[in-house]
Write a protein that binds this ligand. Sequence first.
Ligand code: UDP
Length: 467
Amino acid sequence: MEPISSPVEMFFFPFVGGGHQIPMIDMARMFAAHGAESIIISTPKHALSFRETILRDQQLGRRIFIEILLLPENIDIADTDMSAIPVTDTSMLQEPLKKLLLQRKPDCIVHDMFHHWAADAIGNLELDIPRIVFNGNGCFANCARENISKFKPHEKVDSKYEPFVVPGLPNRIEMTRSQLPVTRIVEDNMRKSKENCYGVVVNSFYELEPAYVEQFRKGNKAWIVGPVSLYNRNIADKAERGKKAAVDEQSILGWLDSKPPNSVLYISFGSSPRFAPQQVLELAYGLQASNQAFIWVIRDVFKGDGTWFLSEFEEKMKESEQGLIINGWAPQLLILEHGSVGGFMTHCGWNSTLEGVSCGVPMITWPISAEQFYNEKLVTDVLKIGVRVGSLDWLWWNMEPRVSVGRDMVEAAVKRLMGGGEEGGEMRKKARLIGEMAKKAVEGGGSSYVDAIALINELEDRRRINK
Ligand code: UDP
């Protein structure tokens, strides 16, 4: 076949900061590594968080660039705010984006579903630019959400804690109404962005959830191209992902080096956690009682009435070398892939879940919001590489946080996974195997590698036909 004169030009339009921006930057870098030209569309403020990484890729000869959308009077868009309804409004970017698309006419645009206006804005241009959607979830969560919305099994139970089976899934999955979203923000964005789209890219890999990939593909044209975090191949990229880490990575790595293999529990609840102060204290007491070595990422927003206790706790843990507390952003990938880390207590955000999976680390699941309860089911009931801490109530960011997990629940889950028992050992073995599959998926000939190349080839074919 005749080669095209220049690489396909793929636009990536991530959401603003946080857990949605991070995987899309990795994805743009992955497509550039596979020979496409990736253009990341951002604003001055948000581009700062990934500029250095992109410069490093350019030095490697990759065709990857940042295109800045400017707003009048130097206004910029705030960071992702999940308590805003419906999340941070980015519609101010509509006009500059349209102008850019008219000028450049790329071979496709991949946009985050939270730019809820993008479907109409791009469609109305009548430019025939394939619009590909990224919703940040895996196939299991997408299938479970779709089936619950279609069959409404939660309307047939009498109380919010009475379990129901999610119909039409390859595995028997039980959930309760208390674990389901009480807002339709995500559903509405997803539906809107998927209308008339060309397809969907998913950060997952076939071998992780084959039956769910197949099911998802029945209703969606989808490329499964992850785990994209595995495209961070050097220390600088891993340490600066999303934000500059609040700790020097060498001191964290040194601390981890001093611990035996699989002995440390890493605890983090994502990019924008929100716990009641009393809940933070329960977690601290539970950890203390478990005697478990740990690294715990506490963001500033965690602090409240019990600050004095936490300061004392932090000091005590540091002295005894039982635990390290990171106040701020952690270099999560570096920590998770360290051989001394043997467990991950996570809120089951999809990126964190996949990162745990990719690093072969079993989990303690503590879902809070978004689609995290679905991800918990995948980890515990399907993959069987995690234990539940026992959180039961879905909470959106604008709802008052409550204490839902007591110290005894924390202690029990930590001991179950990390205490040296057979169950934890089995989970660790399984997690390691799945981690190896993840790495194979993104290597030459692997399922995600092949899917990414298939999308590039399809865009090349379109260019030839439309020439
Ligand atoms: N993350 C990080 N350091 C932190 C907190 C989060 O690097 O201190 C990264 C993490 O590796 C993941 C992302 O932020 O890639 C969080 O995404 P996830 O989907 O897990 O959760 P969300 O923040 O969207 O709830």
